[in-house]
Structures are given as structure tokens and as C-alpha cells.
Design a protein around this ligand. Structure first.
Ligand SMILES: [Zn+2]
Length: 717
């Protein structure tokens, strides 16, 4: 049986759309709240019994999942079907009789987010997406990083500095690009979204992303099936608990689980939809605060908790969805403090043998509170989601620079970083790719191309693109401009010989080195046709380490020196970003002078101060391009330029072109000015420096002063 995913329904206006996971907004009303629907009338009448015979992972419910890849094409680590265990000791202590723990620690990366990661990454694979961006409070990042590694998808993760270093190292270990921001999670999310937008990359949309939510709903399916075995009902039906408890951050977990139960209820498989126990930690409990005063929207808060994975200060729609679920089917939202969570953590370990992460302990502390308050009746069936445990990756595994640390300013009452910081960051992020070495692997056998990709990525931090035919390969090379091509020889339609010829005869691609890996035994005439290849390797007959060394060597000879920034982890990217960001944050000075030696001198002197980045233009004609590229904070202008009658003309034009009436301009000249020129400049408050009288110190001092004055006059204005 395959997926019965049949349409997307808009939850706002009811509009039905084709079952395309690339759709993120309703085509009629632009609402982001879409839901996957399934042709459940085609579900076998004894589906629940059939499922029982299937493999122990979440794909046992494949008919009701939105992924249409056949099993052999899926990215999976057999996620799901985690144990449901009765908490014999704890239930006695709390005066309960039917307490169960859903042990999501036993997931591939140790948390329930693997369900979300697995479905999302399979959806990306289905759509041929090879790069994605994510902001996370921790666990989701680990899950996505692992599945992306398995799928060969490049992942960018933006995290806050609250996330412990062990977690960051785990992510880097999976090969993800990790960017740590000193700010709140909501800030990190904004920066990540902006980064994805600029590069037109897939950004994981959290609660509105269908694959992730559909993956998480399998918790409900498993609970109903598993409880059906513990507490059988008539006719082999499944059984829902009376209460489902989970600690929440953004809320996607319980939202999805509630949705899963509702689906089973609609199918007649269970007789009730459980009440939700939504537990938050007091230092970050915007949902609970809103629930307590019956508000229909949660006010964002600045998280003040040591439990990083729960620190979503702005739950947005998540609160409303959970509130609706609680109002419709019963439920409550409760908060507990960090201390209560840590006590619950110790207690669970001592009496049940469960070592859990602090976020999971929050749910158990909430359970304790609810049981004591009499919210839960002794005979009610209660399930607590034991959402995960952490995997400490030890320090020595990675090189020092596995993460890039960015300061967005202190977490303040404002939820977004100052605009100029975000702009600088955006610009820096945009330039990143210049630092990453890319390789195109072309082979009609996908297994071979994947193998070569793996090989290259295991040893070096290359960005590898694959194509499975020479024609696609040609497109890929033209489009991506890789630093190196690795190609197979025998391919249908167009073979490797023709590909090599096509690449070498096009001036745009002629310089890209091509390494040939061939399964074919080469004749003398074959070899003659491969003279322009960098090297030729025989498939199945070479030492993999030698190939990698050869690739490294070939790239190392790259005239632009890109090969030099290779490191085994995200170091290359981190380094590039840091440089880009540093230069973005410096003050930009444009020097316009046809005397290149003078321009260089100004550049050297100012840049030595570490405060300025200096750009040069050598004629009036170059100025307009330079302005656009540089957006200077200060212009130093020579009045004698070859292509314009008088440099004075440039002055008014500069201020107009930059739309900045306060743009500081300085005239630097070797000649003495006419009276008219002097009057013209002094009317515009433009100082004149005589080149002969300017020494290094004076230059830096004058520039510093000018920029201070500019800031002062801006403030007045
Ligand atoms: Zn709609």
C-alpha cells in the first residue's frame, strides 16, 4: 500500500488543492494553514490489523503519511515505534493507576523530533531539494542534521547561544553548518528566514510545515495502537489515553499529536480524543500566562530559563492552535520552574531508571503538579511524552572552530536585532559561498555518484552537487560554476568524452579541471580523447584516499586559492563568514583619485587602523558603480580627474546619488584651488586637505573626526 495523500485543504477558507508538498500558502486566500487530507475511503477495512504485522517504525502508517517515495528510496533510520512503558513506581507515588511513558529517547538522535526530521527530509528528497535552512532551540537541529547527512542535503542551522556546546558539537559532527547567534530564539529565526530568502533556499516553517507535523502525529497513532494492546477494547479497536502530557516550546508536538488523534477518531479507530496537558517552564511560559487569563493570543516573553530547548519566547499561532484543542476536547496549560524540573529529573532516574533531558523532565514535573491538584483522576489513562535525552559529543572529536559565534546584541525587550546589525549580517551571509569549494559529480549510476560524494565529503568540507546524466551535468557545471568536475565515462545519450569536449570548448567552463573515473578499459584512441582531463581513474581499482588527496591537490592549485580554506568541519564557512562580517561592520571609505599610488596609500593607512575598509575608484566614470557596490560612509575625492572637467561637479552629484545630504566628503588635492573652487567647497562645508601636508596620523585623525561629526549631524537631523 502506498500513501493515500489526496489533497491539501486550507483551514482558513476550505479551498482544496492538489497534494503538492511544495505548496505552502492557500492559492485562494494565502493562508499558511493547510492540512493534508487522505483518501481514507480506500483504506483497507482491516487496516488496523494489517498495520500490526508491519515493520516497527513509523512507516507502518504509510497510507496516512504524505510521502510518496517508495520504501527503497526513503531516507530512514527506522524512526518511530518507540516503547510505551508503564511507570509502575511513579504512578504509585502519584496516586495514579494507569501512567505510561512514551519513550522518545529511543529515537535515532534521541528525541521525538526525528519523526519531524525524517518526514521533512523525505519531502525534500521527493522534491529534489538539496539545501535547507533551519532555526532551532536544539533537538530539532540534531534530528535534521542527522537526516540531512544521510540524505546528502546541505543544512544551515541557526541557534542561540543558550544551546549547550555539547549539542553544537553534535550538529557539527553531522556536517551541518552551525551558526550561533547571541540573541533570542526568535531573533535567530528571523535571521535564518532572511538568510534563506536571500539565497532562495528552503526554510523549515515549523508548525505550518505539513511533512513535519504529519511525522509527529505518528506519536498519536503509536500510542493508540500500543495502548490497544495493554488495554484492549472490543473489535480490536485502538485505545486513546485520557490525558496526553508534553512539555512545549513552539507547541508543534502536541498540536500534531492532537491532530493524529482527531484523525483516528474520524476513522472510528478510537472512542475519544485525549485532553492535553501543556507544560511550560516558568521562565518561558507565554502560553500558560495567556491561558490563565483566557486570552486568545500569547504575549511574547524574553526567555529566562536554563532549559534551552524550551526557550521559544513567541509561540505565535502555536498557542492559538493548542488553546482551540484544549477548549474543544479538554485540557490545561501549566507551568513549573527550573528547580521543579531538575527535581523531577532526579526522581525519574532514581525510581524508574529513566535518564531524561531537562525538557522532558518539565513534563513530569507538570504531571506531578496536575496529579497533586486533582486535575487527573486516579483511574484515568495518562501518557507522558518523554521527549528526549541529550547526546554529548566530546570536545576533542572536532577541531576548535566548529561553530561560528555571532553577536546580535543582548536579548532585550525588543524581539528583533537592531536593523544595521541584521543588515550587516545579511550582507555577510550573502558572501559566504565565495569561501566554499564546490565539486560537480556526474555519473549515470546514482549509487556511484553518491559514493563519490560521500568520499569527498567525509574527508573534506566540499559542497558536492550530483548529476545523473552528462546533459544534466553540463547544465549543472554552467549553472553552478564548480571548482572541479568528477565524471563517469560511459553514459547514455551523451558520454563522458563528449562532455569533456563540450566543457573544454566553452570558454566559461574550459578552466574547470575534470577528473574522469571510468569503468571502461581504455583503448589508445580513448586515451587520446581524454588528454584534456586532469586525470583518469579506473573504477574499482583505486585507493579512495589517493583520489581524495588528488582532488585536494588539484583544488589547491586553484589560482584564486579557494582550495586553501578547506577544513574538516564547518570551519571554512565560519572563517569566511567572520571575515565578511568584520569587513561589513567596518566603516567604508571610498577614495576617488586617478593617482593610484595616492589612493593605495590612503587605503593602507586607513585600513591599518582596523576601523575602515577602503575602496578605490580611479575615474569619475567608475564612481557610480562604486557607490552602488560600496555604499560608503565617507568619500575622499581628488579634484583633478581625467574624465571630468572639474571634480567639484562630482560633489553635488555624489550627495544626490547617495540621497544623503550629510554624506561626508573631503577634497584631497595636490594643486592650489581657485577662489571660486574654495568658495564652492566651503559653502558645502567640505574640508580641503593638501596632499603635501598630510601625514599618516593626520589622515586617520581627520577621518575619525569627520565621521564623528557626521554622526552628530545625523542625530540633530
Ligand atoms: Zn484559503
Amino acid at each position: 500500500m502506498a500513501s493515500l495523500f489526496s489533497e491539501l485543504i486550507c483551514q482558513t477558507c476550505g479551498h482544496a488543492m492538489p497534494p503538492d508538498l511544495g505548496t505552502s500558502l492557500c492559492e485562494r486566500c494565502e493562508s499558511a494553514e493547510l492540512e493534508a487530507h487522505y483518501a481514507t475511503d480506500q483504506l483497507a477495512p482491516d487496516w488496523a490489523r494489517q498495520v500490526r504485522e508491519r515493520d516497527a517504525d513509523l512507516w507502518r502508517y504509510e497510507e496516512l503519511l504524505p510521502i510518496r517515495l517508495p520504501p527503497e528510496a526513503r531516507v530512514t533510520m527506522r524512526e518511530g515505534w518507540t516503547p510505551l512503558v508503564r511507570a509502575e513506581n511513579l504512578q504509585g507515588d502519584l496516586g495514579l493507576r494507569q501512567l505510561f511513558i512514551k519513550d522518545e529517547r529511543q529515537s535515532p538522535t534521541g528525541s521525538f523530533k526525528d519523526r519531524q526530521g525524517a518526514l521533512t527530509i523525505n519531502a525534500l528528497r521527493e522534491r529534489g531539494i538539496e539545501e535547507c535552512v533551519l532555526a532551532s532551540t536544539g533537538n530539532k537541529a540534531a534530528a535534521y542534521a542527522a537526516y540531512c547527512a544521510r540524505a546528502g542535503i546541505r543544512l544551515w542551522i541557526f541557534l542561540t547561544s543558550m544551546v549547550p556546546n555539547e549539542k553544537l558539537r553534535e550538529l557539527a559532527l553531522y556536517g551541518a553548518e552551525v551558526i550561533k547567534l547571541a540573541g533570542t530564539y526568535d531573533q535567530a529565526k528571523n535571521v535564518a528566514r532572511d538568510f534563506a530568502d536571500r539565497r532562495k533556499l528552503y526554510f523549515d516553517g515549523g508548525i505550518h510545515a505539513i511533512p513535519g507535523r504529519e511525522g509527529l502525529k505518528t506519536i498519536a497513532f503509536e500510542l493508540a495502537e500500543q495502548l490497544g494492546r495493554y488495554l484492549p477494547l472490543e473489535n480490536g479497536r485502538w485505545r486513546a489515553p485520557d490525558w496526553y502530557l508534553q512539555a512545549v516550546s513552539g507547541g508543534i508536538g502536541p498540536i500534531a499529536v492532537h491532530h493524529g488523534f482527531a484523525q483516528l477518531h474520524a476513522l472510528g479507530l478510537i472512542d475519544r480524543i485525549p485532553r492535553l496537558g501543556i507544560i511550560q517552564v516558568e521562565g518561558c511560559a507565554p502560553m500558560v500566562r495567556a491561558w490563565e487569563v483566557n486570552a486568545d493570543q500569547a504575549e511574547p516573553v524574553i526567555p529566562r530559563t536554563r532549559i534551552a530547548v524550551l526557550a521559544t519566547g513567541d509561540p505565535g499561532r502555536g498557542y492559538q492552535m493548542l488553546r482551540e484543542a484544549c477548549l474543544m476536547h479538554g485540557g490545561t496549560m501549566q507551568s513549573i520552574n527550573d528547580g521543579e524540573a531538575f527535581r523531577a529529573m532526579r526522581r525519574l532516574a532514581r525510581i524508574e531508571g529513566y535518564s531524561v533531558e531537562p525538557a522532558a523532565a518539565v513534563a513530569f514535573a507538570g504531571l506531578e503538579k496536575m496529579a497533586q491538584a486533582g486535575l487527573i483522576q486516579p483511574d484515568e489513562v495518562v501518557v507522558v511524552n518523554c521527549s528526549g535525552h541529550t547526546f554529548p559529543a566530546e570536545k576533542h572529536i572536532l577541531e576548535d572552530q566548529y561553530v561560528l559565534d555571532l553577536q546580535l546584541g543582548e536579548a532585550s525587550e525588543e524581539t528583533s536585532a537592531p536593523i544595521h546589525v541584521q543588515e550587516g549580517l545579511g550582507a555577510a551571509l550573502e558572501r559566504l559561498d565565495e569561501q566554499v569549494t564546490t565539486i560537480a559529480v556526474i555519473d549515470d549510476n546514482p549509487q556511484d555518484s553518491r559514493l563519490i560524494r560521500r568520499l569527498l565529503q567525509t574527508y573534506k568540507n566540499y559542497r558536492v552537487f550530483e548529476a545523473n546524466s552528462a546533459l544534466d551535468g553540463l547544465d549543472l557545471v554552467k549553472h553552478r560554476k564548480p571548482d572541479l568536475v568528477v565524471t563517469d565515462l560511459t553514459m547514455p545519450e551523451m558520454d563522458g568524452f563528449d562532455l569533456l569536449q563540450a566543457l573544454k570548448s566553452d570558454p566559461e567552463t574550459a578552466d574547470v579541471p575534470v577528473i574522469v573515473i571510468s569503468a571502461k578499459t581504455l583503448s589508445a584512441s580513448d586515451e587520446a580523447r581524454l588528454l584534456e582531463a586532469e586525470s583518469v581513474w579506473q573504477k574499482g581499482n583505486f585507493n579512495t584516499r589517493q583520489l581524495v588527496d588528488h582532488v585536494v591537490k588539484t583544488l589547491g592549485a586553484d589560482p584564486e586559492g579557494k582550495g586553501e580554506v578547506l577544513m574538516t568541519t564547518s570551519g571554512a564557512v565560519a572563517e569566511g563568514l567572520k571575515n565578511a562580517l568584520e569587513s561589513v561592520n567596518r566603516t567604508r571609505v571610498l577614495v576617488i583619485d586617478d593617482n593610484r599610488r595616492d589612493a593605495r596609500l590612503v587605503k593602507r593607512v586607513l585600513e591599518a587602523s582596523q576601523r575602515y575598509t577602503v575602496y578605490e575608484a580611479y575615474s569619475a566614470g567608475e564612481v557610480s558603480d562604486a557607490l552602488e557596490e560600496v555604499a560608503p560612509h565617507l568619500v575622499i575625492l581628488d579634484l583633478m580627474l581625467p574624465d571630468i572637467e572639474s571634480g567639484s561637479l562630482l560633489v553635488d552629484w555624489l550627495r544626490e546619488a547617495t540621497q544623503d545630504a550629510h554624506l561626508p566628503i573631503v577634497v584631497m588635492t595636490a594643486k592650489s584651488l581657485s577662489e571660486a573652487e574654495q568658495r564652492f567647497l566651503s559653502e558645502r562645508h567640505i574640508p580641503v586637505w593638501q596632499k603635501a601636508q598630510l601625514d599618516r596620523q593626520a589622515l586617520v585623525h581627520h577621518v575619525d573626526l569627520l565621521l564623528q561629526n557626521r554622526d552628530a549631524s545625523r542625530e540633530e537631523a
